[in-house]
Write a protein that binds this ligand. Sequence first.
Ligand SMILES: Cc1cc2nc3c(=O)[nH]c(=O)nc-3n(C[C@H](O)[C@H](O)[C@H](O)COP(=O)(O)OP(=O)(O)OC[C@H]3O[C@@H](n4cnc5c(N)ncnc54)[C@H](O)[C@@H]3O)c2cc1C
Length: 388
Amino acid sequence: MNQERHDVIVIGLGAMGSATAYHLATKGARVLGFDRYHPPHQFGSSHGLTRIIREAYFEDPSYVPLVQRAYELWAELEQLSGRKILRQTGGLMIGPPDGVLVSGARRSAEEHKLLHQVLSSSEMRARFPILSPESNTVAVWEPRAGILFPELAVQTHLELAAKRGATLKFNEPVLRWEPDGEGVRVFTATGIYSARHLVLSAGAWLGALLGASADLPLAAERQVLLWFEPGSQAEQFQPENCPIYIWEYAPHRFFYGFPNLGDGIKVAVHHEGQLSDPETIRRDVSEHEVETMRLLLRRFLPDANGILKSTMVCMYTNTPDEHFIVDYHPAHPQVLVVSPCSGHGFKFSSVIGELAATLLGGQQPRFDLSLFRIDRFARFSPDPVSSK
Ligand SMILES: Cc1cc2nc3c(=O)[nH]c(=O)nc-3n(C[C@H](O)[C@H](O)[C@H](O)COP(=O)(O)OP(=O)(O)OC[C@H]3O[C@@H](n4cnc5c(N)ncnc54)[C@H](O)[C@@H]3O)c2cc1C
């Protein structure tokens, strides 16, 4: 048994765990973090070079104050580290005017008085000649949207956490944890560790770590990322000319993309992937999956349909309503759950890290977290002991 008792143990040091470790260490907590790999790595949910950040949040207007704080924290992290972690490009939410994407983005923009514009299909084509929207399509343009660099963000949070005193153990999977009075004990192959609080930020592995202690309806979903060379109009895909975009191409079906930052034009379908086990997920990409993407490109972004440069596979961890979980374990108030984020959490990781540190410091968060409550699923086992 490791003699030193920590204030907080963090299991999983990806997007949420790295930010949590950083904010806890900044507040002076004695933090011990574990990851089964060495983040940033390519086995979880936080790789693939780019992530979208946007403010006119179509999913629900209550995310807007959170993302606004996230922007401030990303800027702070850039200043502290001297690294460029966010690139602003502006963003387009494209679809039918009454679709969930456009109507949701407009609602958030109007409720929170965000800078935005609604573009008709011809205005879109004139301003961004690579886009080929159908005539009944409009877009919400938001100037503050842009790109986060996820691997760099995770690495920076981890480096600064360590500088501020956090002990971070990589390539050391946690096998199980258990309550220990009002604290917790955590077991790995090489040690037993104790702390007053536990943060579970294991992404797609969260269900396995919760074991029998909480029966949450979580699903890991395989997602394919593809990078193409521009087939034509290459200069129009440069970040000065090309914003990030999400496109509702059929009711409740989306694809999204980024400008060419030197690695090709990255595009992907949002959801529509196979449910997978993170241990056995298929990591190769099939011809059929490439062709499915090409069909969308031919229709909506024909100039992007050039040579395939590379592909990657990543995982979403979904809840049934696709909102996050940021809440205490219902049977163990010393345990805080800060994932999963249903495929749209990265942009918030900076603020979720800060929130976790606020909650564990016993303070009241200044955001409404009711959307993220764990008891909305109400399927908890009375068995208080977790196992892997
Ligand atoms: C393809 C794709 C595109 C996305 N696009 C966007 C986007 O544009 N914008 C956006 O905001 N969000 C986006 N997201 C969502 C966002 O990336 C995720 O919500 C976020 O990265 C999840 O972070 P996490 O910390 O929960 O998981 P992860 O970063 O995967 O971290 C979990 C960590 O836990 C570790 N772990 C697991 N089990 C154990 C154990 N037993 N012991 C120790 N360590 C363990 C893992 O090794 C891993 O490092 C996207 C996600 C994907 C997959």
